[in-house]
Every structure is written in C-alpha cells, then in structure tokens.
Design a protein around this ligand. Structure first.
Ligand SMILES: [Zn+2]
Length: 249
C-alpha cells in the first residue's frame, strides 16, 4: 500500500549502519513511525528530507502497520533552525510535545498546522522565543482538550483584578478568591491574561499576533509552561536541555 503525504519529522533515531527510524506527523496518517533506509549515506536522495524538524513530501510504503519511506522531497527545511542552536532545541521541544499528545494513526490537521506555524515563527525569528513558546504551549493544550477557562473568575464570576491561574483546575481566579483554593496557583496580570485569551481563541494563523511587555511576557511564559507540565503530567528532556543551553536553572 502506497501513500503520498506531507510529513513533519518529529524525531530521528539512527538505526543500523545508515538507516533512520523516524517519528512523523503526517497529514493523511497522523502520527506514525517509518524507516528511512540508507538515509545516512551521503549519496542518499532522502538524506535531507528525513532530518529532524524538516517538512517533506513523502511516499510511504505500508505493510502490516510498518512504514518504509520510498521517496521524499523537502517542502520546508526551516533553515533558520539549523543555524541557531537555541532555536533548534526549542523546536525539538515542540516536536516532543506534539509526539506526546498526538494520537497514532489519526490525522490532525490543526495539530500539524500549529507545529508548522510555530517552527516557521522560530526559524524566521518572527517573535521572541518566550512569546512563540507560550503561544505554542497554550494552543496545544486547547487542541488536546485542556483549554483553560479564562472568561472570568471561577469563584465570583467577575473580571479578576489580580488574576491567578489555577494549574489544578485550569481556571482563572482573583487573588482573594484563589487564596483558599488547593493546588498551585500562578500569578498573571491583566496583560498576560489578555494574551492567554487571545492565544486560546484567535484563528490558527493569528495566535502569536499580540503585543506584550517584558514583565507580562515573563508571567505568560511561566504560566503556559507550568500549565502544560501540570496537564501532561510529564517532564520533557528537550525542555530541560533548551533551558540549560539558554543559561536558565
Ligand atoms: Zn473572584
């Protein structure tokens, strides 16, 4: 069975002498694993299109749930990521998040679009890393069914003056209303809350189109990351690595 589909390479692992095992988010088959035979040979025509964080048009041969890459051609190489180590490592974190939330063999165009748009913004330096990262994380949570309730305070129903995000409940609260709630609450502000609302409700191509001051971006970035980590209940090696090379921790 042959399938031709655009595919984003989320992960590549070296296998045998010159093969790659790829984790792909494909347009038509969703998340799959595929073998790229001989892809590590210099002469291989599929060497470039099967690299991590490259978007390629692939012809796949499937047999009993196993996929083999027959042909591949680069659609978007995200060159900027290959010239910037920090951007590449953040892109790898995006890929790991997508892999952990994508459902196998189930196409998800919105998820693929979010991945591509985020990598494009990173590769072309359209916004600061923290801005792109927060928008990606929050929107990913929305796509995964964990959209936070940001409309009004979950306790009193009013617009929160000093807003806090409850990581446990995924709701926003006033400082006073949240003081007795259990679990970790992270502080927001008017501006960071407005940005969160924008990311969660804007059309897919516009999620990063907001202006934000430095202090509010710090709060947005912290809240988005903590929310993703709380909801997914896991740690991401690629995130730790990104922070390490950026001098966090
Ligand atoms: Zn309240």
């Amino acid at each position: 069975m042959f399938r031709q589909t655009p595919a984003l390479v989320l992960r590549e692992v070296r296998y045998n002498e010159a093969d790659r095992i790829l984790t792909l988010l494909t347009k038509t088959e969703g998340l799959i694993t595929a073998k790229a035979r001989g892809a590590l040979r210099k002469s291989s025509r599929i060497a470039a299109p099967t690299q991590q964080l490259v978007y390629s048009d692939m012809t796949l041969f499937g047999n009993k749930g196993k996929w083999l890459i027959n042909e591949a051609a680069v659609i978007e190489p995200f060159i900027g990521l290959r010239e910037d180590f920090a951007a590449f490592s953040l892109g790898s974190y995006f890929a790991q998040c997508i892999e952990s939330l994508a459902v196998e063999d189930q196409p998800d165009e919105e998820l693929l679009q979010l991945g591509l748009n985020s990598l494009y913004a990173l590769s072309n330096g359209l916004y600061r890393h923290a801005h792109i990262k927060a928008a990606f994380e929050l929107r990913l949570m929305c796509l995964a069914g964990y959209a936070p309730e940001l409309h009004s305070c979950a306790v009193c129903g009013r617009e929160p003056a000093e807003p806090f995000l409850s990581l446990k409940n995924g709701t926003v609260m006033c400082r006073a209303c949240g003081s007795s709630s259990s679990g970790k609450n992270v502080p927001l502000c008017k501006e960071s809350l407005a940005a969160m609302r924008h990311v969660c409700t804007a059309p897919a191509k516009k999620i990063m189109a907001f202006k934000i001051s430095d202090g509010a971006l710090d709060r947005l970035a912290y809240a988005s990351e903590e929310f993703l980590l709380a909801r997914t209940e896991r740690r991401f090696q690629s995130l730790n690595y990104y922070k390490k090379i950026n001098g966090f921790n």
